[in-house]
Structure formats: C-alpha cells, structure tokens
Ligand binder design. Structure first.
Ligand code: PLP
Length: 352
C-alpha cells in the first residue's frame, strides 16, 4: 500500500524521503535576495500591507516596460483568474477554455454562475480554430494558458494574434502566462504587447513557478484601464502580504536566479524527454514542453496509473490526471539532477 502524501511533511509514514514533482515548483528553491526580503518583512508584522502594492507594481512595470497603473496583483495568479471571471462573466454568459486546461478556469467560471464551454485541443495543443468555433453571442471570456498546463505546449505569437483577431471586441481574452519565464526569449507570445494594443486582453503571471515563491501566493496581471478598474472593484483590499510584496520585488531584481533556473530546467527537461523517448517501445511518449514539467503519455501495456503508483512507491510524487480526462498521462515536474536520474531509474524499472 502507498502511504498518502501529507502536505507539509517531508517524509511519508515509512520514513522514506519523498520527492515532490507534482506541483511545478522550482527545484532550485528561491532567490537568496527574495528570502532576505521575506525575512526583513517581520519588522512590520503589526501593519497591514500596502493595499496598492505600489513598489511591486513599479518594479514590474520597470522590468517589463509597462504602465504601473495597469498592473494588478493577486493572492497567486489564481485570484486574478477569478477576478477576470467576476468582472466579465455571470449567469447566462459563456466562458471558453481548452480541453486539458488549467483546473481553475472551470471553477472560476462556475463560481460566478456562467457556463463553461470546452474547446477541443489538437494533439494536446491549443487549437485556435476550435476556440473560435466555440464562440457564440453569449461568450464573454476566453482562457488560454500559454504555455499550457498540464500539457506543456506553447502557441506562438502569430496563433495568439489570430485568436485575438477572431474574437468579438467585448470578449476578454485571458492569457495565463504562469510559465512564460521558462520560454526561450524568441518564443514570447507577445501577450503584453497585445494588452498595450487592445482593451480586451488580460495577461496573468505568477511568482510561484520560476521565482520559487509559491508559499507566499503572489501573482500579477496586466490589462486595460477598464479591465483593471473592474477587477479592483471586486478584489479583497489587502490581498497580497507584506512579505509577499517585498520578496516579489527582490525576485524581480534577481535576474541571475531566473536565468539559472531557466537553464537548469531546459537541460533536465531535455534530458528527461530523451529518457522517455528511449522508452518509446514500451508505449511512452512525452508531449513537447516549453514549461518546467513534462506530460508523459502511456500508450503501451503499462498504464499511467500503474506508473504513478510505482513511482509513488519509489518515493516520487507525480501528478496523474484522470480528473482532467488524462487518465493516460503523468505530469512530471523537472527537479534536480539527482531527482531526475532517480525518477528515470524508477520509471525504467516499472515499464522496462
Ligand atoms: N495558471 C497555470 C497555468 C498554472 O499552472 C498555475 C499553477 O499551477 C496557476 C495559473 C496558478 O498559480 P498561482 O496561483 O500559484 O500563481
């Protein structure tokens, strides 16, 4: 029997080390500068945080060449996805997302009483034509994660521009860029530029992934004056902690940490993809990924469920996704070299 993973504990009941590769966290940890800023926040624990996150907005605006007044911040980017639904959808409205999309979209849409509409993918990748075909006169919102979770696929700038061009102007396109920092620079989908040019685009980003600040729950978004105003009206006043704001500002400044994290990820993602390809005769294949995880499909005699349980038994927690229609897939976060080598050994033992 497999002992359940208990959040907050480093070992399972058998006392074995547990390697968590199920939530796309940064295996290199957090920028030392961000940790120092987090620690310094204890000097003002009795004070409420800045409700306007002024310094953080200014730091983000300077780093990305944006208007600080149009930067919004959330308790994780999750909150921003909910704010978009709250501002743009309600009973009678339809909101579209892509099959094998991030689980929060469906929750955010239903929470405001709107109707979710699922557009089919094309071999696990975002299919712009399928999204445009799903638009009706009731559509008010479209969510696209780029790159996408849990598939890892990326839609290039031309495809995103084509999607936007095909949407009615009252439909808000939410471009969820939680994994944008893992892209090669030439693969930018130009979402932030699309926001500058059009009122109906909203980009979300997070500090949870490459910046290694998942515990602090902090994300940010960029949109038109009207969209940001609508979201501020329904946002909780003190939605981002002081420690989160200070750590995030330091993280924006530590570009070296981001670059090291990206390089590490690229190296070990490519390596793991090679290991999976070598197991192709056992029916395994990895979906091409531009993120910090790989979706591995099991199309041979050994099922994803068997591999998931076998890896768990060996101490590796991955994400099996039957609830998202992916009973044939395991999503594996890119970890340290030791973790990747150990996981690959365990996987070979299970399917080999
Ligand atoms: N969007 C996508 C596509 C994600 O994968 C995640 C986290 O896994 C998020 C948004 C939310 O991240 P957070 O709320 O930690 O910013």
């Amino acid at each position: 029997d497999i002992a359940p993973y208990i959040p907050g504990r480093a070992t399972n009941d058998g006392g074995r080390p547990v390697v968590k590769l199920s939530a796309n966290e940064n295996p290199l940890g957090t920028s030392p500068e961000a940790k120092a800023a987090f620690a310094a926040a204890q000097a003002s624990l009795e004070r409420y945080p800045d409700p306007g996150a002024t310094a953080l907005r200014e730091a983000l605006a300077a780093a990305h060449g944006l208007d600080p007044a149009r930067v919004i911040y959330g308790t994780g980017s999750d909150e921003l996805l909910h704010l978009a639904a709250g501002a743009y959808a309600g009973p009678g409205d339809e909101a579209i997302y892509v099959r094998y999309g991030f689980a929060v979209y469906d929750i955010a849409i239903r929470r405001v009483g709107a109707t979710p509409v699922v557009a089919l993918d094309r071999d696990y990748a975002t299919d712009v034509d399928a999204i445009l075909a799903a638009v009706t006169d009731r559509t008010t919102l479209v969510y696209v994660a780029n790159p996408n979770n849990p598939t890892g696929t990326f839609a290039p700038a031309a495809e995103i521009a084509r999607l936007h061009a095909g949407l009615p102007s009252h439909v808000l396109l939410v471009l969820d860029q939680a994994y944008a920092e893992y892209l090669e620079p030439e693969d930018d989908d130009l979402g932030l530029q699309l926001v500058e040019a059009h009122e109906n685009v909203f980009v979300t980003r997070t500090f949870s992934k490459i910046h290694g600040l998942a515990a602090e729950r902090i994300g940010w978004g960029y949109g038109s004056v009207a969209a940001i105003d609508a979201m501020h009206r329904i946002r909780a006043p003190f939605n981002v902690t002081t420690a989160g704001q200070l750590a995030a500002i330091a993280a924006v400044g530590d570009t070296g940490f981001v670059e090291r994290s990206r390089a590490h990820n690229r190296q070990w993602r490519d390596w793991l993809a090679g290991e999976v390809a070598a197991l192709g005769n056992a029916g395994l294949r990895a979906v091409p990924s531009e993120t910090n995880f790989l979706l591995v499909l099991f199309e041979g005699p050994v099922s994803a469920e068997t591999a998931y349980k076998g890896l768990m038994d060996a101490g590796y927690i991955t994400r099996w996704l039957p609830g998202q229609g992916l009973a044939n897939g395991l999503r594996i976060t890119i970890g340290t070299e030791e973790q990747m080598r150990g996981l690959a050994d365990a996987l070979r033992g299970i399917v080999g």
